[in-house]
Design a protein around this ligand. Sequence first.
Ligand code: SF4
Length: 225
Amino acid sequence: MYCNQCEQTVKGVACVKTGACGKTPATAALQDLLIYAAQGLSLYAVAARAAGVVDNEANLFTCEAVFSTLTNVNFDDDRLIALMKKAVELREAMKARCTAAGGKTDFPEEAASFTLAADHAGMVEQGEAVNRHAENKSEDPDILSLKEILVYGLKGVAAYADHARILGQEDDVVYAFIQEALVAVLRDDISLDDWVAMVLKCGEINLPAGHGIAGCCQHGGLRSS
Ligand code: SF4
């Protein structure tokens, strides 16, 4: 495992044997694979949106899946596996909707077409393979770092969006950004400056994402009564 997504991380670098939060290497791998599955779903959701199709089930699920990988939110492997299966199911449904709408579907990225392993051990192995630090040993460390910041920022945005949705507030601009950013993390042709801009945009999008959350600490307790 390699997880550096929170301030509890070992020696301020990364949890590599087990999480200081209690997350096991297996759970860390499943969470990485769930993000990867959400990236596959997002490829089609972004293409579908460009073709005029907005699928709110896919949007809400993207937030739920990404939120579930935030620190201390969900260490239940069975639940993570159920979410991954749902992500792949929705990915295929979005692909069909994209095809029907004349949208792009010929993605070379493996996230767009991978098959989930049949059991827990196989999924853990798949998750270990898609961990960005395992996968991108040759990537520019600054860009890898910005990708990490972006993914961790997206987890926060997804958490706010999920809470806001429960309170009856939704904004497709937020869903679109989360999916576009998840897709961007699969790319290796974005410049350092554009990555910085993307990370800053993630900070901006947190504001509409958090609208409607009473007592939200990020928004200074806007509705604290
Ligand atoms: S989320 Fe858990 S495993 Fe990851 S850095 Fe924080 S304490 Fe470590």
